[in-house]
Ligand binder design. Sequence first.
Ligand SMILES: [Zn+2]
Length: 200
Amino acid sequence: MITIDDLLAQNKLWVEEKKAQDTEYFNKLSRAQEPHTLWIGCSDSRVSVNIITGTAPGEIFVHRNVANLIVSTDFNLLTVVEYAVDVLKVGQIVVCGHEQCGGIEAVLSQPDDFDLIFVRKWLKPIQDTYRIHKQEIDALDDMGQRATRLAELNTLEQAHNLAQNYIVQRAWKKGSSLRIHGLMYCLREGTLRRVIELSD
Ligand SMILES: [Zn+2]
């Protein structure tokens, strides 16, 4: 098992590596952040934003939660979006879903012993999306395909939720060219694909 000492040792190595490449690396990074993108994705440990997009620290402002939900009463999310849009002035917001998402699979499988009350409450919006598209989803061949389709529909839904949000609407009314992109990440291939694009 990886311990905290291992993580600290790995950090030390990473610092040395970065400094060997550019002695000013941390000085430059510590001055300010100017991210071009806000990324709202799933907390899944396999979907590491900077790694899968080949970007560096300072480029992407990040919010992650289970199953990449945009909940209009979630102050954590709203604070991140407001700061990213109004202060950092990001040009685009990505809402990224992914295949083999545990949150999506939990909604589809609904195990009898599912006693994680907060997870169950949090996933309610996906339950609703599933109910609306149940016929289409249940007709698919296997669990993998059903989970992928529901993850895609959830990403569409969340991108629309974000577009309707007050913070985004306010930015668009002020003439912002902010764009919202719904993406899906394929774990087996490592690839990202477009699901939807929204702008004013
Ligand atoms: Zn997930």
